[in-house]
Design a protein. Structure first.
Length: 487
């Protein structure tokens, strides 16, 4: 027990270190945290708007905002500081990350029957670059990982109702749970669970899904599932054969970060394969009720293989729910190898030190995974500058969208307008019947000249109003009102 607490302490130190970093929201985080903030501050708990994800992760972040950040000002109006909102929106996922580490230790102990395997699983999970990259974020993938881990642990303990309920809650987090559902069906069939157990699992799963469908139907907006399908369904399901190898290599490059830095991941994988080839697979089958370790790793391989053929987006976070399928087999085979080694204690120490050095070194240098990674540095200062403009100032925003929407604040009084191209922006600016200055905001790494030229041709004056960090604001001046208004 003491050793497990030390593993959890390590996980807590690394996760809270990540939570304390001064990082702005990724665009997707900002989008969903705007819904969470509206729920926490405005009481909009049905999450009105163009939402394409189920609500559980958003509700957890909103609860964090209520607990940590929402305060009434002197006039009794609820407010949420932008940076406090970042902390509060991410804090629930940090807690779920710690619970996931504990669950993976429990799951591995149940499967492998050795405490060393459980401790290794917890250690690998606590130092997983993926868990460190996504624990202290506001993405829904972290809550999905927790629910799937909870479902796997409950199923291994033959608590079928709890497993079905946890899998149902995974759908409340993200529809991607559907891609992991066949794993549970396969485990139920291979482990020969009786009909009563299957019925309990199915009833609990249905009992979790029906309220989700009712909630979705009760919202006046488009179904989150329909909108998610529209936003994420590729034009063709099957990628072009010429892309298969590139897609496979891209997924493999991402996958090598699941448990450690890539080089160490390959070494640990080689050690696990060596144990499996020397009979570790047969030994685990005799102890783990049907080769669960092989099923886990086989499903991981199949998941990556199928995703190499299907034309879905290749976002790194899509691999986060696979963490149990990587950690548990690796921990099981590594623990067996260490126990049989002549100098097993030294081997364990080498593995532990290598994990600490490579993972902490990767954190120091910056992980190529996770959220914003510095792309929105300074956006809070940009928003503060824009908020100082007069009420109802027009802000043309071709690029920043969700991010700027969050950082302008919950009660901002500016008019934001998006146009898809420079010509549409110029035409829209000409059609606006007022002579006040307007502003165009842009990241500095975007090409602006075409947009500025279109405004100048339309008769507007353009000058730099603000330039700092990664952003620039152009003041759009109406030089000759009748001409610009199309008179």
């Amino acid at each position: 027990m003491a050793a497990r607490l030390l593993v959890l302490l390590l996980a807590g130190l690394t996760q809270f270190h990540q939570l304390g970093l001064d990082r702005r929201f990724h665009a997707d985080e900002a989008h969903f945290m705007t819904f969470a903030r509206d729920a926490a501050v405005k009481g909009e708990w049905m999450l009105p708007g163009a939402l394409d994800k189920p609500p559980l992760s958003i509700y957890l972040s909103a609860a964090g905002m209520v607990c940590f950040g929402v305060r009434a000002d002197a006039g009794g109006v609820l407010q949420l500081d932008l940076l406090v909102g970042e902390f509060a929106g991410r804090a629930p996922n940090v807690m779920l990350a710690l619970l996931t580490v504990a669950l993976l230790m429990r799951l591995t102990r149940r499967i492998c029957r050795y405490e060393l395997a459980a401790l290794l699983a917890g250690f690998l999970a606590a130092l997983s670059p993926y868990l460190l990259a996504y624990g202290a974020t506001a993405f829904s993938d972290m809550s999905l990982l927790f629910c799937l881990s909870l479902a796997l642990a409950a199923l291994e303990e033959r608590r079928h109702s709890a497993a079905g309920l946890a899998l149902g809650l995974a759908f409340w987090c993200k529809p991607q749970a559907l891609l992991l559902a066949p794993l549970f069906a396969f485990l139920l069939v291979c482990r020969r669970h009786d009909k009563t157990a299957l019925m309990r699992f199915g009833i609990a799963l249905t009992g979790a899904l029906v309220p989700l469908l009712v909630w979705d139907a009760a919202r006046p907006e488009t179904s989150v599932f329909l909108l998610g399908a529209v936003n994420n369904t590729p034009e063709t399901w099957l990628a072009a054969p010429g892309e298969w190898l590139d897609r496979l290599l891209a997924w493999l490059r991402l996958g090598t970060w699941l448990v450690a830095a890539p080089a160490l991941t390959l070494i640990l994988l080689g050690m696990a394969v060596w144990d499996w080839l020397r009979g570790g697979g047969r030994r685990h089958r005799s102890r783990s009720n049907g080769g669960t370790l092989t099923i886990y790793f086989g499903y991981l391989v199949a998941f990556i293989g199928i995703h190499s053929l299907v034309a879905l987006n290749q976002y790194d976070r899509y691999l986060l729910p696979l963490l149990p399928l990587a950690v548990v087999p690796l921990a099981g085979h590594l623990s067996a190898l260490i126990r049989r080694a002549r100098h097993g204690g030294r081997l364990l120490m080498v593995v532990g030190v290598a994990m600490l050095v490579t993972t902490l070194g990767s954190l120091h240098l910056g992980l190529p995974l996770g959220g914003d990674n510095g792309r929105q540095t300074g956006i809070e200062d940009l928003a503060r500058h824009l908020n100082q403009k007069p009420v109802a100032t027009v802000i043309y925003d071709p690029w920043l969208g969700w991010e700027l929407g969050y950082y302008l604040g919950v009660w901002h009084d500016k008019r934001r307008a998006h146009y898809p191209d420079a010509e549409a922006l110029a035409a829209g600016a000409l059609s606006l019947d007022e002579i006040g200055d307007r502003f165009l905001v842009a990241p500095v790494d975007q090409s602006h000249e075409g947009w500025l030229d279109a405004l100048r041709v339309a008769g507007f004056g353009v000058e730099v109003d603000y330039e700092r960090d990664r952003f620039v604001v152009y003041r759009i001046v109406v030089e000759t009102a009748p001409r610009n208004l199309g008179a």
